[in-house]
Design a binder for this molecule. Structure first.
Ligand code: DHB
Ligand code: FE
Length: 281
């Protein structure tokens, strides 16, 4: 079986990647954020998975806005880094795990999650920044294979938080039914509170974020009961990215241990958070 060994929830703010790409992580603006990541990075470096399943959203870079799948999964052997308008990030292309992807598609569809399939996909900052948060110096290749799971959080109607938690649980079942022994990490990405445009641009709600950081560990059902309107009201129009953390949480077993948590305001216009959970079964 494929076993989820750990889950990482992290913001995917593009400038976090740019700070790494341009050697600015020790600048006074960025140092506190990257210092906060250090214990988690050290732990993850000692627990390299075979495959990372990265639950993320595309920002109209790899997927044209004329088509908006609610949930999608990549089945490619490799994924190029998207050019978001100023050239590709100088990070390695992503190696896929097509056999496990095909198994996940079949198992999720049989479990009533009719996912869209991407046989080709360029991955944007929503996926590459979390990989850089995990592994700051990948060299020529990322340390593990990667399967992208894409969630629509940018066009109404986004899936409910409850549906995201249920998708994670179905993902956990799908992994447990895989015939080969594999160690898998699951990433839930995006957030935390943020609004990039409109009257409330710059919105950050630290009280909400702190509540969310606690509940993602202890009470994901509470987060799953919130409506999309409540997410947008409390966390901002892009803060609804947080529903993707629930997919990660749902894929983990009932027994978890928090390895590390960090929260920093601001990263760009955004509250940046990270939670690393070890799966105890
Ligand atoms: C920012 C945050 C995001 O999640 C994103 O996708 C783009 C920009 C920001 O805070 O700058
Ligand atoms: Fe985003």
């Amino acid at each position: 079986m494929a076993r989820v060994t750990w889950g990482l929830a992290t913001s995917h703010v593009p400038s976090i990647g740019a700070a790494m790409d341009r050697g600015k992580t020790q600048d006074p603006y960025w140092k506190p954020l990257f210092d906060g990541y250090a214990p988690a990075r050290a732990w993850m470096a000692r627990h390299t998975p075979d495959v990372a399943i990265v639950v993320y959203n595309d920002h109209a870079n790899g997927i044209d806005l004329s088509t908006t799948p609610t949930f999608a999964i990549g089945t490619a052997a490799s994924y190029q880094v998207a050019d978001e308008g100023w050239g590709r990030r100088p990070v390695p292309a992503v190696t896929g795990a097509p056999e496990l992807s095909d198994h996940l598609v079949e198992s999720l569809v049989d479990d009533s999650f009719d996912v869209t399939v991407y046989q080709e996909l360029d991955v944007d900052h929503g996926l590459t920044v979390p990989l850089s948060v995990y592994c700051p110096e990948p060299g020529d290749a990322w340390p593990c294979k990667v399967i992208p799971i894409v969630v629509n959080v940018i066009q109404y109607p986004q899936p409910s938080a409850a549906r995201c938690l249920a998708l994670g649980r179905a993902l956990g079942r799908a992994l447990r039914s895989y015939p080969e022994d594999l160690e898998v990490a699951v990433f839930g990405t995006g957030g935390m509170s943020q609004q990039l445009a409109g009257d409330r641009a710059g919105l950050i709600n630290q009280a909400f974020d702190r509540m969310f950081l606690d509940a993602i560990e202890d009470d994901p059902e509470k987060l799953a009961r919130m409506t999309r309107e409540e997410y947008i009201r409390d966390a901002g129009s892009e803060g609804i990215e947080l529903i993707m953390w629930l997919v990660m949480r749902g894929a983990m077993g009932p027994g978890i241990r928090r390895v590390h948590e960090t929260y920093h305001v601001p990263a760009s216009n955004t509250a940046a958070g990270m939670v690393l959970l070890e799966n105890l079964g």
